[in-house]
Design a protein around this ligand. Structure first.
Ligand code: MN
Length: 428
């Protein structure tokens, strides 16, 4: 696969995140108008509701699917509809392709909007959010800190993609700032818990898989069926309060330590755009049960980066560079495991990959690992030291797959941690 040329000039650079090969979907608004669905091409956003109204793209009998503030209606149509629209958009935007858009200046004026003029919104309604723990290096690092090197990996880890049910209500789009959560804290040296703002605020670098078509209550799915259900991927920051989590997590896992917010990038990069970057999961250390074995490579070669920028700092510091190909389990395996007992998976289900960490410290995808449990502060390019997140620090995830003369970019997933809100008068 090489770069596909577009008449939208800005899309033709080898390093631009949104070439014709990509065509990620998102929801945007301009000039205070209602949000609608669009696709990114170079420095522009193509308004799909305009093309739909002009009958220039495939339409459904049930009415418009793009003149809506979410992608769910389109996601629900399934992979044939996804492929059909991708082919049509590629033709409309290709250099020398169908001239229905490129040859119509009035339509271009209405349908192509400079990205700098739009506001991005949540790309889809998150039906439910499940977070996994499928990065082996992360599991080993955290396990070593909490239980010692001998017991780092729990006995089930090499057999099950471990996960927990998270909150869909607090999934927010990139650019949304979050308050430092209040909660119960019990540092090791204290006898009883106290109440207050979290002091150990962290990120988790993850990729989110977006479920397009659902499954049926009571019916398991195969890994290849699961792969077909996935619409695309987003960057996902699973913000984590380590002190709240550390006190609450046994025996049922994360709860308040994760419930206050999860950020995702605004553009959903489709499985089709990522197809040339598919790669195998690492060699199995224990043979997986047949229901979890994959018939095709389930991971992708996606370079990932995390930057941190304190308020007032003139530049951001890269604190982590790693790759999605580090994961032990794929999203298809996680989805298969999720449904195997009969749990219905639905359009808009969001699956967090689990923290992505590689073997070197420069590849650790959380501050918990970067500062080794807060014991080893690290230094930013500005000279400031950090163990966990301070108020107004900006954390940004970036991702890209590098092809032959082109880039499939995810854009950014960014947000700041604001001071905790004022405590209510608890006696009232
Ligand atoms: Mn997580």
């Amino acid at each position: 696969m090489t770069r596909q040329a577009s008449w939208v000039e800005s899309a033709n650079s080898a390093t631009h995140p949104f070439p014709l090969n990509n065509l990620p979907y998102g929801v945007f608004s301009r000039n205070g108008d209602d949000p609608v669905c669009g696709v990114a091409i170079g420095d522009m956003v193509l308004d799909l509701s305009v093309l739909e109204a002009e009958n220039l793209i495939p339409t459904t009998e049930d009415g418009p699917v793009f003149d809506l503030p979410f992608l769910n209606e389109f996601m629900e149509l399934g992979q044939e509809a996804w492929a059909e629209l991708r082919a049509r958009l590629s033709d409309l935007l290709a250099e020398g392709g169908d001239g229905a858009l490129s040859g119509n200046p009035d339509l271009i004026e209405r349908a192509l909007v400079p990205m700098e003029d739009v506001t991005m919104h949540m790309p889809f309604v998150v039906a439910e959010y499940t977070d996994f723990y499928a990065g082996k290096q992360h599991a080993i690092n955290v396990g070593t800190m909490f239980r010692g090197a001998e017991n780092a990996l729990p006995p089930n880890w090499l057999h099950i993609p471990i996960g927990y049910n998270g909150r869909a209500s607090s999934v927010v789009v990139s650019g949304t700032d979050l308050h430092r959560p209040l909660g119960q804290l019990k540092p090791p040296h204290e006898e009883v818990p106290h109440f207050g703002p979290s002091r150990r605020m962290d990120i988790e670098l993850e990729l989110g898989a977006v479920v397009g078509t659902g499954s049926i209550l009571g019916e398991p799915i195969t890994t290849s069926g699961a792969d077909e259900m996935i619409f695309g991927y987003v960057l996902l920051n699973d913000w984590s309060s380590r002190d709240i989590q550390g006190w609450e997590y046994q025996p049922l896992g994360p709860f308040q330590g994760k419930a206050f917010g999860t950020s995702i990038s605004p553009w959903v990069v489709t499985k089709a755009a990522l197809e040339p970057f598919r790669c195998e999961t690492p060699p199995r250390e224990k043979e997986l049960l047949p229901y979890l074995q994959e018939s095709k490579p389930g991971l992708y070669d996606i370079e990932l980066e995390v930057t941190m920028q304190p308020e007032g700092a003139d530049r951001a510091t890269t604190i982590c560079r790693t790759n999605y190909n580090r994961m032990y389990y794929s999203a298809a395996q996680q989805l298969t495991h999720h449904a195997v007992g009969g749990c219905e998976m639905t359009t808009g289900d969001l699956l967090g990959s689990g923290t992505i960490s590689g073997p070197e410290k420069t590849e650790f995808g959380s501050l918990l690992e970067q500062s080794w449990g807060g014991k080893e502060p690290f230094t930013l390019d500005t000279g400031e030291e950090r163990t966990f997140i301070e108020d107004f620090d900006r954390l940004t995830l970036k991702g890209q797959a590098k092809g032959d003369g082109y880039t499939i970019g995810f854009g950014e997933c960014t947000g700041r941690i604001l001071p905790a809100v004022q405590e209510p008068d608890w006696s009232k």
